[in-house]
Design a protein around this ligand. Sequence first.
Ligand code: MTE
Ligand code: HPA
Ligand code: MOS
Length: 751
Amino acid sequence: MKNIDSFTHVRGESLFVDDLMIRQDALFGLCFDSPKAHGKIISIDYSKAEALEGVERIFTYKDVLGENQIGGIIPDEPLWAVDEVHFWGQPIAFIVAETEVIAKKAKALIKIDIEELPIITTAKEAKEKGSFINAPRSFNLGNTNDSFKNCKYVFEGETFSNGQEHLYLETQGCYVVPQENGSIKITSSTQGPTQVQKTAAKVLGIPMHKIEVDVIRLGGGFGGKEDQATPWACMAAVAVQHLNKPVKYMLNRHDDLRMTGKRHPYSSSFKIGLSKELRIEAFEAEFLQNSGAAADLSPAIAERTLFHATNSYFIKNVKTTVYSCKTNLPPNTAFRGFGGPQGMFVIESAIAVAANKIGVDKSKIQEANLLDENDQFPYGQIATEVQAKKAWFSAKEKFEFEKLEKKVKSFNKKNKLYKKGISLMPIAFGISFTNTPMNHARALIHIYQDGSVGVSTGAVEMGQSVNTKMLQVAQDILGISADKVKLETTNTTRVANTSPSAASSTADLNGKAVEMACNSLIERLTNVASKMVSSDRNKITYKDDFIFVSEKKSTISWESLIAQAMLERVALSENAHYATPIIHFDKSKEKGHPFAYHVYGTAITTVTLDCLRGTYEIDSVKIVHDFGKSMNIGIDIGQVEGALAQGIGWMTLEEISYNSDGKLLSNALSTYKVPDIFSVPKTIETIPLETDGHDLAIKKSKAVGEPPLMYGIGVYFAIQQAVKEFNPNYKLKFDAPFTPEKVLIGLYENQ
Ligand code: MTE
Ligand code: HPA
Ligand code: MOS
């Protein structure tokens, strides 16, 4: 089944916030943000801006009737700055005008005087100065100190991975309309409608039931709209509260790039100890997360770094610590993988160092340490239904790894100025919000009296095709054709208290709720059906828009069943609540069973390096991926390819750059390169791993959104191998992205 949005997407008919018909009296908002990264606000002169014709009003923290506070995990982020600014781009005021153009003109007329204070832009500097968001966290298993003493090999090193811009095609935005009696309706491009509702209620000082948040769909979120869609909606909501007129605010690309947080840069160090059989006996890592100027989701992201610090390897002695370092950058936020990729890059780097120093292929060490059934993760969860080895060995076998490796070697022998590199990249990614209480969802299903069905859930469609999957679940249980089922917008009035659509768990959580609601409806309908077809309940099934009795089609259609159920006054609506069973985590011990299951896979990457220019091409990425039993292989392979491209971008091209004043230099698409058709692999092959799936996955179809991003890490190591091939004096460096500039330097260093 195709993505149900594909037809309207291709025709440009799909609706996004910016496509909404707006009221005639609607006004337009624009944020005035800090032109300095850190300082005391001495004075702000709004008078010229306010005097401009067409400017309705300028809002500041003084207009907040509730709390000027939007911090989700830690209350450390004002909606609008009060007397200090902590990052370049921090919101200070909100101009509301008759048109966007007028608002922009007004913005240029605001005069601000800031007394600058010292700034910190790197995590390392923050750590030195003791500037943190919260206390560090550590996950420990066994005893690394004792273990290192007995290791044949011990190596240490440092790594850096840079941030990443989400670059959702649709920028952040919202449209807010006043309703009766002080209620308001917010249409937002958010992954977290409830987060927007809850925060807006707090800022406005009104109860949550006065705020309705509606989400049609997003033009991409990738984590960037899990928390950071909230401030714009709150600003517009404050304006609506005061003006009683609709306010729309769509950020332009420059403003979005400058004001929003990104993937967290990490500066990390590691120590790895191995036995002579290449078993990793001990591993230590210290992660310095560049959190930016406020917590946002940083503590949760830091936690996930620890959860994935050993990737898909079993290591008996582990000590990992993460510091969320407070700097003067925009608060960094969720981004596909949620700290996991940053963790995995470090263990892969450590293995690369070990392989290089010992003089073996990296893959030998990887292979010798893959997770097995009943191995323990450092956070206490016992690994079950493990697919690490199966994915690894089937990738090697199905894609003929040895042959590929030989080809690379013979190519390198023959060619002087072109070198190839090859790498294997295994992944193991935990599925569930690491914060256990967030793992729940609801669905509300209406069967209308003509037999058509409306499905509402807490899931936000952002291109990952979750709506298609929800439709498949409903259609399958009700036994009706796809055109009878409609996916409604995500709305807090229909489905309340939702977790954001994130953690790759949206389809699992909301799908299970849809499943439960549909099963309850079928229970009730079967009472009616059994009379209509004069049969036992247990012989009745639903298929192809008809009632089936003992697998045989009856004459009773779905429509006539529903008409009869109406006459018999049977409830045709159902609400269901799902909460993931089994999972738990005790933060005081840092142990538990936080994940419903893990997703596994292995990618084989081959690259060709132009050693004259430092440029490279990715020849192929060949993947064996654990989809469980995919309920929609087209969509799932789309997710693999999209995530892979994003992972490759993070590892090779995308270079976020702030100057020492804390100003974003990579502030446009001319200075920030994302992967395009030329930079993605020439071939991508994805083979589903044959498994039974997992009962906690919706229809045994495992979560797919984030895990494949981490296959992109393999590209780094394939390039590195090719560099080493050309320049034996190259000293391994782990400084992502591995841009052509860095490659070129590596090719000719120490010669
Ligand atoms: N795919 C598209 N097309 N657009 C997106 O914004 N977000 C990713 C992933 N795939 C995203 C995407 C991220 S960060 C997550 S967590 C998951 O989708 C969220 O959706 P899911 O839980 O339904 O997988
Ligand atoms: N993943 C993604 N988003 C989240 C998580 C998580 O584990 N926890 C809170 N938000
Ligand atoms: Mo995804 S980073 O969990 O939105």
